[in-house]
Ligand binder design. Structure first.
Ligand code: IMP
Length: 175
């Protein structure tokens, strides 16, 4: 399939993704039993994953959103812009950050530091995808859907230069 000027091949099917989302939610429901966590979804990329995951959460919980941007076309710049910040008081809260993909880890490092500074009781990350070979920061991602190779992917919320987010499966750049 072609998105703008690049060709992509199927990588993770919608069924595989949905099974993984359910498994991650089941783990969170178990680990956070008896607590009232605050989920923070990182826009734009995680909107689809966050919606599907949140529907499977059976805890008494809240969700809010932050909008960050560090990517230009196909490269992480490391220069993170906060386009929508956090309004909630997170002091003593159990925070669960929902991310679509951890690549260099610059974004997650920045977000995690912010939450620690604000005195949360706990903060963990649930990321649908992680590219272990691309990691440049020491970030602890406790809940991981799929470890993937260091190749560009689109679909299920992830974009290539703004396009491809509406695909219900994940596609990898054809090499
Ligand atoms: P990091 O700061 O380098 O870890 O990048 C995190 C952000 O970059 C993610 O939230 C995505 O929005 C974007 N990103 C990283 N890798 C990809 C990819 O393969 N496809 C689409 N977006 C990506």
């Amino acid at each position: 399939m072609t998105i703008k000027d690049k060709n992509f091949v199927p990588y993770l099917s919608s069924e595989e993704i949905q099974l993984k989302v359910k498994a991650l939610a089941a783990q969170l429901n178990k680990d956070y039993k008896g607590t009232q966590p605050l989920f923070i979804a990182i826009l734009n990329g995680s909107f689809m994953f966050a919606a599907d995951l949140f529907k499977e959460i059976s805890l008494s919980c809240e969700i809010s959103f932050m909008k960050l941007s560090s990517y230009q076309e196909m490269a992480s710049t490391g220069n993170i812009k906060e386009l929508i910040g956090l309004n909630e008081n997170v002091f003593k809260r159990d925070v669960i950050i929902i991310e679509d993909i951890v690549d260099t880890g610059h974004t997650m490092k920045n977000v995690l530091d912010q939450f620690v500074d604000r005195g949360v009781n706990s903060v963990e990350v649930v990321s649908l995808l992680i590219k272990p070979e691309a990691l440049q920061n020491k970030v602890d991602v406790k809940y991981i859907g799929f470890e993937i190779p260091n190749k560009f992917v689109v679909g299920y919320g992830l974009d290539y230069d703004g396009f491809g987010r509406n695909l219900n499966a994940i596609y990898q750049l054809k090499s």
